[in-house]
Write a protein of this length. Structure first.
Ligand code: ADP
Ligand code: MG
Length: 441
């Protein structure tokens, strides 16, 4: 066997194996390039779930004609220059391989007009056919910005083509990818078209209120309506975002978004910290929804872990773990420690609860004991939990419990959104609501 150097096309196709898994991976790389170029509007046109066409148009700073061909070459980037630059990456891309990889497994046209070009100057296209790494340059009139068109993905790599799923499935992945990038870049407006129809429009958010509306539009309004704010700063670490109320749990990891310095990441340590903070509050097997942003010095996080750039390594992993966990616990704590004002107008329940707890002489005051009752509505957030508490309690009340007595439906409290407390003939019963639920099921 003789050793031969791989052709540039084959070398790029091998590299593409790691970054271009499906149409949504192409979308991710191209959207990140547009964001890195300072775009304020990005339009995606998709045909047939991205297998026939992915076109991304941005109004960023563009690429000069002389550099168009280089942009398609492997290991060519404008984002880093020296080894030291790897210590603190400030852009989403830096590996200089996405365009080269994509152009080796599809027909790619990169068109651009640089922001420093004259008004009457034309834009230029670099056309790569995916047959070899040859690039053809042609004029293309266009406004300042960049248009990348990727046609016939995997036309020359049948092994990959086989793994493509139904058009709808690929489209859903693309939409999810766009949501992630949009959540990470609130200052950018996005439009997504599929087979000629606009399927999603996300305006840019300039104010805090617009930012909230955007979260509602991207994640869901029911999430936003039930969510609690996260906002904490510890030394150089800033954490903010939205967390689902413990009543808003789900069974899949949908709507779970974590961003580190504007990059959507999947990180086991961070996920574990979040799970731990919610642990006591959710029924077994249920998970929360969240949009969490972490901002820290770029030197404290290494993003050069995997070609997909969705994994990160923190210098001080355990510190971040603890800060995140405590910040979430803190954000969730008001709902665990609120004694609602039952006299407040608007408190409504068709169920007759005993009113505020007034300790008699010699009787422990739950407030002073650190036991806080939450059996009312502090903004309608508790209604589902209360309804469930009522339903579990009434089902348990019908069960004969010899020697202990029955739960009296007229006297029920809910503690920490989790326990049902009620006097019975022989004393007091404390029911773990989630366990009761499981038992009933
Ligand atoms: P990377 O993003 O890691 O640098 P890419 O292969 O994705 O590598 O892109 C190569 C280069 O092409 C980028 O460094 C950038 O200079 C240029 N480029 C790519 N897309 C755009 C764009 N949408 N607008 C401006 N420049 C772009
Ligand atoms: Mg890139």
């Amino acid at each position: 066997m003789h050793i031969k150097k791989l052709s540039p096309l084959l070398a790029n196709q091998i590299a593409a194996g790691e970054v271009v898994e499906r149409p949504s991976s192409v979308v991710k790389e191209l959207l990140e390039n547009a964001v890195d170029a300072g775009a304020t509007r990005i339009q995606l046109d998709i045909e047939r779930g991205g297998t026939r066409l992915i076109r991304i148009t941005d109004d960023g700073h563009g690429i000069e004609r002389e550099e168009l061909e280089l942009a398609l070459a492997r290991h060519a980037t404008s984002k880093i220059e020296r080894t030291e630059d790897l210590k603190a990456i400030h852009t989403l891309g830096f590996r200089g391989e996405a365009l080269a990889s994509i152009s080796s497994v599809a027909r790619l046209t990169l068109s651009s007009k640089a922001s420093n070009a004259n008004d009457d100057a034309t834009g230029w296209s670099a056309i790569a056919q995916g047959q070899d790494m040859a690039v053809d340059i042609q004029p293309r009139p266009m406004p300042v910005g960049t248009i990348v068109e990727v046609r016939d993905l995997f036309f020359n790599t049948p092994a990959r083509q086989k793994f493509l799923r139904a058009e709808r499935t690929e489209y859903v992945h693309i939409e999810e990818t766009m949501k992630r990038v949009a959540l990470a870049s609130p200052q950018v407006a996005f439009t997504l078209k599929h087979n000629g129809k606009v399927t999603k429009r996300i305006p840019a958010a300039k104010s805090e209120e617009q930012q909230k509306q955007r979260i509602g539009a991207i994640v869901s309004n029911s999430f936003l309506g039930q969510s609690l704010a996260l906002d904490a700063s510890v030394e150089h670490l800033r954490l903010w975002g939205w967390l689902s109320h413990p009543d808003f749990h789900q069974n899949s990891n949908m709507s779970q978004y974590v961003f580190v310095n504007g990059r959507a990441v999947r990180d086991r340590t961070l996920n574990h910290a979040i799970r731990q903070a919610y642990q006591e509050l959710l029924p077994t097997g249920r998970v929360p929804a969240y949009v969490i942003y972490l901002e820290l010095d770029a030197e404290k996080v290494d993003v050069n872990v995997h070609p997909m750039k969705t994994e990160v390594r923190f210098k001080d992993e355990w510190r971040i773990y603890h800060v995140l966990k405590s910040a979430i616990e803190e954000a969730l704590s008001p709902i665990l420690h609120t004694i609602p004002d039952f006299e407040k107008p608007g408190f409504s329940s068709d169920f007759e609860f005993p009113t505020t707890f007034t300790p008699k002489e010699g009787q422990a005051n739950p407030d002073q004991e650190g036991l806080h009752l939450t059996h009312g509505d502090t903004g309608n957030n508790f209604q589902p939990a209360l309804d469930r508490a009522k339903s579990y309690a009434s089902q348990l009340a019908t069960r004969p419990e010899p020697d202990t007595g029955r739960v009296d439906l007229e006297k029920i409290w809910q503690v920490h959104s989790k326990y049902i407390v009620s006097p019975i003939t022989s004393g007091l019963v404390i029911i773990d609501q989630h366990v009761a639920h499981e038992r009933i099921l």
